[in-house]
Design a protein around this ligand. Structure first.
Ligand code: C2E
Ligand code: CA
Ligand code: CA
Ligand code: CA
Length: 279
């Protein structure tokens, strides 16, 4: 009735207040998360279409004593907005290098482990030094690390971002373009950036088999990537039908719950060990 507009307005405000409060709490808690050992890493394998494991992506997890489990979908954007994400990136780079040296190399696993980099990381030149430092400390070869970046990273400052990634590429690491197809960029930049692999976003994979147009889109991304000399990795593959379509279309790498969910390092090692014994 007459006052409902006003009531809705204040309700909306209260909700925004709660969200705002939560963001501040999360941002503040990130500072102690590293110092108190609240972060850990899970690894999601990357497979060939036959199921063999040829790499993995490192994904951050956070168990906070005050806030409980906080998903990266929530805390990564908050860390990005509050200028804290590069601390997290440095932490995970060191953790991953240590895990490679302690656990993966002893198993004879020399495939790359991918680390996600945020847009802000690519503007910080000292991040290159952090990467070099960790790699030297743990005696990691360049072939054992890969970096995933999104189109979004290129939006605000193409030249700085591209210089950073070109240096990474010159150092011998491979680079994957994450969430491909969900950004706002035009395609014209694809020829100018040092990308080895296009990751086909889950939203395209989800729609495989739903219409001819949906399938055509996935086929076109694969065809384009190949013509540009890139490899293709499909994200979020959950079904046999999706896998079969992607395999028939020439997509080399598969990631998703169909083959494996993100898992602790120990579980990954068990999988690799079992694969070795049955080989
Ligand atoms: P992303 O890099 O696109 O990672 C893929 C996300 O999809 C992961 O969610 C993964 O667990 C999930 N996923 C993989 N396969 C499937 C599937 O078959 N079905 C479904 N439903 N989901 C699947 P997660 O771990 O919650 O991470 C969410 C996002 O948070 C990541 O998206 C990435 O953007 C960000 N993130 C996670 N860890 C880090 C990190 O260390 N640094 C940075 N900068 N971002 C990170
Ligand atoms: Ca990723
Ligand atoms: Ca992705
Ligand atoms: Ca995604």
């Amino acid at each position: 009735a007459k006052h409902s507009g006003k009531a809705q307005y204040s309700f909306f405000n209260a909700e925004m207040m709660v969200e705002h409060q939560r963001r501040i709490e999360v941002a503040n808690a990130i500072d102690s998360a590293i110092a108190n050992g609240e972060l850990f890493v899970v690894y999601q394998p990357k497979h060939l279409c036959d199921g063999s494991i040829v790499g993995a992506e490192a994904l951050l997890r956070w168990q906070s004593p005050q806030l409980g489990f906080v998903s990266p979908g929530e805390f990564i954007p908050i860390a990005e907005q509050s200028g804290k994400v590069s601390q997290l990136t440095q932490w995970i780079i060191n953790r991953v290098c240590a895990d490679i040296e302690d656990a993966l190399l002893p198993l004879g696993f020399h495939h790359p482990i991918a680390i996600n980099l945020s847009a802000a990381d690519l503007k910080k030149y000292h991040m290159l030094g952090s990467i070099k430092g960790a790699v030297q400390k743990y005696s990691i070869d360049a072939g054992q690390l890969e970096f995933e970046v999104t189109e979004h990273s290129y939006l605000d400052d193409f030249d700085t971002t591209n210089r950073f990634l070109s240096d990474i590429a010159d150092m011998g690491y491979s680079i994957a373009l994450d969430d491909f197809g969900t950004g706002y960029s035009s395609l014209s930049y694809l020829n100018r950036i040092p990308i080895d692999t296009l990751k086909i976003d889950k939203q395209f994979v989800d729609h495989i088999g739903q219409s001819q147009q949906d399938d055509a889109l996935v086929l076109t991304i694969i065809e384009m990537g190949k013509r540009l000399g890139m490899q293709l990795c499909a994200e979020g593959v959950e079904s046999k039908a999706q896998l079969d379509f992607l395999a028939a279309s020439g997509c080399q790498f598969i990631q998703g719950y169909y083959f494996s969910k993100p898992m602790p390092l120990n579980d990954l090692c068990e999988r690799l060990w079992a694969a070795k014994r049955s080989a």
